[in-house]
Design a binder for this molecule. Sequence first.
Ligand SMILES: [Zn+2]
Length: 455
Amino acid sequence: MPAPRRWDTPFWNRATETMARAELDRLHMARVQALLHHAWESSAFYRKKFEAAGVHPRDVRSLDDLKTKVPITDKSEFIGLQQERPPYGDTLALPMALISHHAETSGTTGVPLSIPYSMADTVRYGESWCYGFWGLGIRPSDTFYFAFGWGNFAGFWSAYWGARRLGCRVVSGGGLDTKGHVQAILRTKPTVLISTPTFALRIAAVAAEMGVDLSQSSVKFTYHAGEPGPTALPGMREQIERAWGARAGELLGIAEVDAMAPGCPNGDGVHMNEMNLHSWSMDPQTGREVGAGEIGENVVTGYANTAQPLINYRTHDLVRRVASCSCGRTWAKLDGAVLGRTDFMVTVRGTNVYQSAVENILAEVPGVSMHYELVLTRADDNDVMTIRFEPEPAIGADAAAVQRAAGEAQARIHQALHVRLECQPVPCNSLPRFELKTKRMIDQRPKEFRRALDR
Ligand SMILES: [Zn+2]
């Protein structure tokens, strides 16, 4: 019988999280082989695609073969086939009777992706969260509070599967309004809050209006997904941890792939879950692999989703892999989580500007609130990014102070990124508020300049 898991270790599964690279790669190869054969046998989509590329699963004998011989897949292909024959069309690789959960992406561009999971898929997907929960310090004696409306969005459903796997008590905030969440938290005394990062700040702000200081509440941990959070944006970590008197953690997930990358306990990046997927970085222009330290698009092959396999799947996330991490995990680390999106990478007068770099600077400018958007347009054959921000309410009525904040933001961006971006203040409470996935990037460029589908 295996020894019981020790509560004082930082690892959910020390053996897999610290496995040597050669051993990890051997495991990847076996899993990739099994997945390729499953896709070839069971998915009309992959059979056609592999045949067109002249590749059979038995030709893929190394991870390099996976990167160079096996075709790349993209979300738009899946959506196209699903529209032809809803709900899953040729993308389904298991009999419908084995599908136990249906989810959809949030579909910010209009057409959502349908995602089927088998029962086993949901178990593996749920366990993905446990690595991050455990690394932050969450234990089976904790109580989770879900500030989430339980729609078709998979992210927080899978977090719930994870909380069950961990053995914790779960309290659902369901369809409560923000005040209702504050009251439920005071009443049920959870120790872990699950929400998007911006919604955690929103709850704290509403609590303050109600005269409640949540930094004195029972909550010891906040855990986030769904949009860039405390790992990508240190300024946001500081605000959440101060407002809640808690440690903030984060996980990078993609609904159709997996809760794929738990935050590193060091707080400066995420580790790809190498038990559930293989990943590599691709130059989005040439399709070739880029090495450690360089920025490239994260391309993933998932083992958790057998119902709709994703093989060499484009995430459109721009990431920078680092070779090792002082936390002891050997799983590939993405420095600073996601640095930007291939569809939102803008080149302003020859300089590549990443969304996360701009957001990190904004979070540190006094007088600039967390409510802002980055608007992309084209002028004179160049991408143009304009920042529209709400000032902090305390200075909202002071026009001179607001202008100073705008000037300060512009100056700091110019100093750090060597580009001039216009910063336009807008009135307090004029930008939309979101419970899920705050929309920061507003792409108003002509269609041909947008590089890919929004997530
Ligand atoms: Zn680490």
